[in-house]
Design a protein around this ligand. Sequence first.
Ligand SMILES: *[C@@H]1O[C@H](CO)[C@@H](O)[C@H](O)[C@H]1NC(C)=O
Ligand SMILES: *[C@@H]1O[C@H](CO)[C@@H](O)[C@H](O)[C@H]1NC(C)=O
Ligand SMILES: *[C@@H]1O[C@H](CO)[C@@H](O)[C@H](O)[C@H]1NC(C)=O
Ligand SMILES: *[C@@H]1O[C@H](CO)[C@@H](O)[C@H](O)[C@H]1NC(C)=O
Ligand SMILES: *[C@@H]1O[C@H](CO)[C@@H](O)[C@H](O)[C@H]1NC(C)=O
Ligand SMILES: *[C@@H]1O[C@H](CO)[C@@H](O)[C@H](O)[C@H]1NC(C)=O
Ligand SMILES: *[C@@H]1O[C@H](CO)[C@@H](O)[C@H](O)[C@H]1NC(C)=O
Length: 923
Amino acid sequence: MEISCFSIFFVLLLVHCFMASSAVAVRTNITTDKSALLALKSHINDPNKILASNWSTSTSVCNWVGIKCGAKHLRVTSLNLSHMGLSGTIAPQIGNLTFLFNLSFRNNNFHGSLPNELASLRRLEVVSFGLNNFSGMLPSWLGFLPKLQVLYAYTNSFEGSIPESIGNLSSLKVLHLSENNLSGVIPQSLGNCTSLEIIHLDDNNFTGEIPLEIGALQNLTEVTLANNSLADHIPDAIFNSSKIEVISLYMNQLSGHLPPSIGNWLPNLKVLYLWGNELEGIIPSSISNASMLVELELGANYFSGSIPNTLGNLRHLERLNLVNNYLTSNSSTLELSFLSLLTNCVNLTSIVVAGNPLNGTLPISIGNFSTSLEEFEAFDCNIKGIIPREIGNLSNLMTLHLENNELVGPIPSTVGGMRNLQGLYLQHNRLKRSIPKGICQLRNLDELFLNHNKLFGPIPTCWGSLSKLQKLYLNSNKLTSIPSSFWSLIEILQINLSSNSLSGYLPLDVGKLEHVTQMDLSWNKLSGDIHAIRGLCSLVSLSLAHNKFQGPIPQSFGKLISMEHLDLSDNNFSAEIPKSLMKLKCLKYFNVSFNRLQGEIPYGGAIAQFSASSFMGNQALCGPPQLKVPPCETSNVGQSTTTIIERYILPAMIATILALFLICALLRRQKRDTKHNGQGDLLALATWRRITYLELEQATDGFRESNLVGKGSFGSVYKGMLSDGTSIAVKVFNLNIEGGFKSFKAECDILCSIRHRNLVKIISSCSRIDFKALVLEYMPKGSLKKWLYSHNHFLDMIERLHMMIDVASSLEYLHHGCPLPVVHCDLKPSNILLNKDMVAHVSDFGISKFLGNEESITQTMTLATIGYMAPEYGSQGTISTRGDVYSYGILLLETFTRKSPTDEMFTEEMSLKDWRHLKRGQT
Ligand SMILES: *[C@@H]1O[C@H](CO)[C@@H](O)[C@H](O)[C@H]1NC(C)=O
Ligand SMILES: *[C@@H]1O[C@H](CO)[C@@H](O)[C@H](O)[C@H]1NC(C)=O
Ligand SMILES: *[C@@H]1O[C@H](CO)[C@@H](O)[C@H](O)[C@H]1NC(C)=O
Ligand SMILES: *[C@@H]1O[C@H](CO)[C@@H](O)[C@H](O)[C@H]1NC(C)=O
Ligand SMILES: *[C@@H]1O[C@H](CO)[C@@H](O)[C@H](O)[C@H]1NC(C)=O
Ligand SMILES: *[C@@H]1O[C@H](CO)[C@@H](O)[C@H](O)[C@H]1NC(C)=O
Ligand SMILES: *[C@@H]1O[C@H](CO)[C@@H](O)[C@H](O)[C@H]1NC(C)=O
């Protein structure tokens, strides 16, 4: 009975299946395609309204945007929705587009996993899911699409391992799965995909060995597996594929030696990146037989032995990076002979050999490098001897790093020949004599480090021509005087002249250095008063310690509101410590010890945090007992004195304060005016750390699409990694659109002048005429928006609360903690970024504003985001800190309710605010 029941059921099932399949076979036609596409459309959120009216039922499917049909059978053969700003999921009905051979969802914001119904698209040749938010496993049916040639799934959130079935794809040419969360070992079956030409698996969590089988693929031209956790040896066979052009395996844990014949079988290799691994042994001289090599980067490994002289045979070489290994130079001569031979490589732009015990001298032939050389880095190399005069021939060099070596002799007078030099780093050597005048010809120099040498004599009088200088370190030498032209370096940000033998006064011209943030003149013999410094309102750190300065500490120091570190110790300062110093809110270090100060210590504000050692050695100071000074005699002030104070001193003081206040207000206004009108080039401030365009290009793999993490009206954001391993986000501004340059400048101005743990930190900026970019701290966890709305992310209430506290504290800082209040103007979930510890950081200051003295300013040029924008801003363009508070309120509601203020449910009558009231009413 049971059995017969079961068999009847089984038969029914078969019949049903048969009917169903025959029905499909019969019925699929262009109408099937149409209904499949309409189903797809109904699952899509289309904010740019690209499909909305175009995919209309009244027109032929074949005329729809993104659709192509076959010429004969009139069925949909190509569905290409790339780069349309779409989101949503992929409807399973797509599996009915059985004639499809080209399917692309590239560069949208689709989420969810890939529906299994796609397995029936047996004609597929090109599939692209790249640059979306897809998640889940890579389905194993991908391996059963018999004609598949190209599979792009890069920059998504796919996880799990690559299905073993991939090995069935005998036609597969391109496999691009970079930037996902894929893990496990790379399947050996890939070796069965004998048509493979390109494999990109970078930026995942793959472990284990690189399968030997990959090396055997005869058609391979590119294999990039960088930034995974691959270990063990690199299969020798990878270095024996005659077609290969790119091998990129950097940032893994690969170990072992390079095969001795490495270059003999690589006739087409152009790029070899093996840096950041655990490779050891020598660099085989056969590498020079890979004669097409353009970029060779083997830094940060354990390579030893000598740098092969044969590198000079690589005629196409442009970049050589061997940083941080144990490499030496050919021991037969003291000269670094490999450098002489490299002069044959006429296209070389960058040589980085720093951090190797080279132990030799710089050859004279260094002057024979071609004019293409832009970067030469050989710091920490035990380089001995002198700097050859011929170095002046390198007329296109932009960066010269020779610091931390054992160089002796003078800085050659020919140095001025390096006309394009932007950074010159010769610190920590034993260079002698005076600084040559030739240095004044380096008009593009923005960083000059000559500290910790034995240079003596005056600083050359021509110094004023170094007008682009931003960082100047001449400390720990034996320099004797500062020329007056020195103080015309108006772009300068950091000056260190400490520990020299400088004497003389500070002229009033010092006040022209209005951007300077750090100034250290300590341990010299400077004298006179320091009134000239009072106008340097950007100062964050000032040390004048151990000099012979005298006179009072200017009252106006209270205006140096950014000051964090103020050291005036061991001078001859006299009179009282001005009370205005209590206004320096940011002070973290304060020292006026060993002077001749007297009177009451203004022990309030930030000064109250310092102890006796900040004030010791001043005989006539008085104040609270914990400062180990006698108490001030205020108690026995007689009645008559009080009246004197009331009658005369108090009014005078009030008048003075009022006057000061007015002056301050005027100065502030003036400063703001120059900022707004005169191009007051604050861009300069951004260069905390110099990063060249080349470095950015390298860090982002040539601004490769796979490194694109975001796109907006302003331009694009790429993620990248600097050669020292710092993860960065590079925000490249689109200068072709109106306001592109403005938003770069706005963001730069603001980010450069503020710092807070909940604000995205700026690392550098890169500004060329045709290229403007900001280099920011990389936030690996993405935006709050992603965490709120994408399906594979979840935030619990406590996490949300913490984030909202983070945002609030950054707002508090922006509005009240900065020298000038900053209004963000565009607070919303997509501008809140999360670091790896889920700490929220406010970003995107492209339309932010500094607030002046007035409460608000009227501004009509830029518009914030609908839904978050305060009503008065929206209607009148009034900007105020209150507008940010409004946006914060909306953000708060959204974060806890997961309802966006632009959600469809909020019609014109109901806003997110009202919805919350409603909900509360119901419960
Ligand atoms: C849809 O877009 C395509 C391609 O842009 C265009 O040729 C077609 O005319 C549009 N159809 C409608 C109905 O707008
Ligand atoms: C899809 O269309 C874009 C432009 O709209 C084009 O650049 C891209 O090559 C197309 N992709 C495919 C796979 O056809
Ligand atoms: C298309 O696909 C859906 C779901 O995958 C299915 O329900 C439907 O019957 C299929 N056939 C047609 C002709 O739409
Ligand atoms: C790969 O090829 C080998 C040998 O031809 C075969 O044994 C193996 O099953 C294949 N693997 C796959 C996944 O196709
Ligand atoms: C490299 O390949 C060639 C032929 O393709 C072969 O003769 C040679 O032995 C191989 N070398 C190594 C080291 O595998
Ligand atoms: C480069 O290749 C040639 C010919 O294949 C060989 O004779 C020579 O020894 C190789 N050079 C090195 C340094 O291995
Ligand atoms: C530099 O190049 C010139 C011209 O090619 C040559 O005469 C000279 O010997 C070279 N100098 C050195 C030191 O190699």
